[in-house]
Design a protein around this ligand. Structure first.
Ligand SMILES: Nc1ncnc2c1ncn2[C@@H]1O[C@H](COP(=O)(O)OP(=O)(O)OP(=O)(O)O)[C@@H](O)[C@H]1O
Ligand SMILES: [Mg+2]
Length: 329
């Protein structure tokens, strides 16, 4: 008897168990997975299974920046998230992978407290940032706490100039003029094109440049945690890689990042850990290296083809398609 596809799958995804969540200090050291034997964990649990090398002497361990626990969200009768657990350690990039409608944007909205603008509401669980509950704050207080979202589709103010878009991002930021000027310098260093195009309407920028502007606008608020919703969406591979590089740079300068992506290869190249969302639930979680090695992630999100399975599928199609007779008018 032929071995079924399921039987042939490597056992890497199979023997998964919970492990304690250990926070990472800034910048994140190479993660060490405790208790999971280099395999991602399946299903819900205490969040990303992420450990780290022992701290250097004198460097204090910091608490998780963002902690999402048992989060359940709905839009009227639609249940979009159910019991989602996720953790972004201080100074880390954590990715959320998943297909269309998995609930990635909903998770972002729940953290930034913008769910209400979309007719959604948190029905259970909690969101804390630096130990403080976010799920009881209005959106402006979430921004003031240092959590800034870059929405899906950039949403730059198309008719306003590039400079005014950046200025808008700095409104309400603490620190006065001097820190606003420092933030602008930092944004221009990261994306020189935004200085060159400062006087032009943002709507004239290319998709990639608009993504840079959206990132720059968020950075003007001096965020401690950036929520990035599909920053590579619709961009050519080179521009997507340029954006990924910018995210690495932003993180290297000390900002934690929650990165939502359908482009799993890009996300796992930037993140230290990731979760996979499917129909509102976390189905896999682990370090980026574990997820890259996961058979399921490779086939479903990294486009790696299981050749034997593809041959099986082809055979099945061949067998089920009836031969057509020639059509004569
Ligand atoms: N404003 C809304 N009102 C009602 N249902 C919504 C609303 N926004 C999202 N949903 C539903 O919630 C679920 C999760 O949607 P969400 O936009 O969070 O998914 P996503 O993972 O971001 O998808 P995509 O990759 O297409 O952006 C889907 O079933 C979607 O139809
Ligand atoms: Mg989305």
């Amino acid at each position: 008897m032929r071995e079924s596809r399921r039987d042939r799958q490597p056992k890497t995804d199979a023997h998964l168990r919970a492990a304690p969540v250990v926070p990472v200090h800034n910048p994140p050291p190479p993660p060490v997975v405790s208790g999971s034997d280099s395999a991602p964990r399946r299903g819900r649990g205490p969040g990303v299974v992420l450990g780290c090398a022992p701290p250097t002497e004198g460097v204090p361990m910091t608490a998780a920046a963002l902690q999402v626990s048992e989060l359940t969200v709905g839009y009227g009768p639609v249940q979009a998230l159910e019991g989602v657990d996720l953790e972004v350690p201080e100074g880390a990039v954590v990715a959320v992978l998943g297909g269309n409608g998995a609930g990635k944007t909903t998770l972002m909205r729940a953290v930034s407290r913008t769910l209400g603008f979309h007719g959604g509401a948190i029905r259970g669980g909690s969101v804390t940032f630096g130990g403080r509950r976010l799920d009881r704050l209005p959106p402006d207080k979430v921004v003031a706490a240092g959590v800034v979202q870059v929405p899906e589709g950039r949403r730059v103010f198309a008719r306003m100039t590039v400079a005014d878009n950046l200025r808008a991002g700095g409104l309400g930021a603490r620190g006065g003029r001097r820190s606003a000027a420092a933030a602008l310098t930092r944004v221009h260093e990261l994306f020189p094109v935004l200085r060159e195009r400062a006087g032009q309407p943002a709507g004239l920028l290319s998709g990639g440049e608009q993504q840079m502007l959206a990132l720059g606008r968020a950075l003007m608020g001096g965020p401690r945690l950036l929520l990035l919703d599909e920053p590579s969406l619709g961009l050519a591979p080179l521009m997507a890689e340029r954006i990924a590089e910018a995210v690495r740079e932003i993180n290297a300068q000390g900002t934690s990042v929650l990165l939502v992506e359908q482009n799993a290869a890009l996300a796992l190249g930037v993140a230290v850990a990731a979760v996979v969302l499917e129909v509102g639930r976390v189905t896999l979680s682990g370090t980026a290296a574990e997820l890259k090695g996961s058979d399921e992630v490779r086939h479903r999100y990294l486009g790696v083809v299981d050749e034997t399975a593809a041959a099986d599928a082809e055979q099945a199609v061949d067998a089920s398609v009836p031969a057509l007779t020639r059509w004569v008018p």
